[in-house]
Design a protein around this ligand. Structure first.
Ligand code: HPA
Length: 279
């Protein structure tokens, strides 16, 4: 039996700090969870305490909804994500994104690990995503559409908010953090790609490949939030590096990229907040 959003929000509000009005939502992918350690006055809700949501099964993913402050800005952080390859349906992924919107966020920051399809962008680098190719099965908006959330047919030309991108580029320059830009292609996983698939994806115009991000971006746009997305490059994609790709490598290089994100994101939040885009 599916649970109503009102029941879900009742649980979230029961835990939320008084008068908490978050500006930004964030989702942290593999190896990037440490970013949430920067938050202050944190209240955590384990995913399994939220009706209809389960704990993620992937190591490096904490499965906590956290409310607190990053650089003194109120944020909601989805610390750890649910992936289609875990056998999870789109519904709980949609619920998590919609909780963020219902708490009042106007901007959603998506992060995730990815392989690079560009030789010059190696492990440990950050790539800001400016467009995507949805190569995962289905679409999280399939099914009855709730018009109170968003439109039946969602335009995707401006999925990655132009203004937020400009702000992120300016912050990265100021902090001397190299920030690449590119197109993300989503795969179902959990197997990594074959070298032949990677060659095909390059011809399609992809710069990074990963097993997440796209469902959340579509859902956040559907709910009317502006989106910014940064991929932590953890490896060169299949066939482009000598070593075999592994989840351990993902976590190790995710950690290096996370250190850059820990510097970049708080500054970005401050500037994006001051720009008025989050209210
Ligand atoms: N492919 C898919 N997902 C990934 C990769 C990759 O090479 N690296 C990190 N996540």
């Amino acid at each position: 039996m599916s649970v109503s959003m009102a029941d879900i929000m009742a649980v979230v509000h029961r835990h939320a700090p008084r008068n908490f009005q978050p500006r930004f939502g964030m989702i942290l992918g593999s190896g990037l969870s440490s970013l949430a350690d920067q938050m202050t006055q944190v209240v955590s809700i384990p995913y399994q305490a939220i009706p209809g949501i389960q704990t993620g099964s992937v190591s490096g993913h904490a499965s906590l909804l956290q409310m607190g402050y990053l650089n003194d800005i109120p944020v909601v952080c989805l610390r750890g994500r649910l992936h289609l390859y875990e056998g999870v349906a789109y519904e709980p992924i949609a619920t998590l994104v919609r909780i963020v919107r219902n708490l009042g966020c106007h901007c959603f920051i998506v992060t995730g690990a990815a392989g690079s399809l560009r030789e010059e962008v190696g492990p440990g680098e950050l790539m800001m995503i400016n467009d995507h190719i949805n190569f995962q099965p289905g679409n999280p908006l399939v099914g009855a559409n709730d018009e109170s959330i968003g439109p039946r047919f969602l335009a995707m030309e401006d999925a990655y908010d132009h203004n937020l991108r400009e702000i992120m580029i300016a912050c990265a320059e100021r902090l001397h953090i190299p920030l690449q830009q590119g197109v993300y292609i989503s795969t179902l996983g959990p197997s990594f790609e074959t070298p032949a698939e990677i060659r095909a994806f390059r011809m399609w115009g992809a710069d990074a490949v990963g097993m997440s991000c796209v469902p959340e971006v579509i859902l956040a746009r559907h709910a009317g939030m502006r989106v910014a997305c940064v991929a932590a490059i953890t490896n060169l994609a299949a066939g482009m590096q000598h070593e075999k790709i592994s989840h351990t490598g993902t976590l190790q290089y995710g950690e290096i990229a996370a250190r850059k994100l820990i510097k970049l994101l708080p500054e970005f939040l401050k500037d994006a907040n001051e720009s008025g885009l989050a209210s």
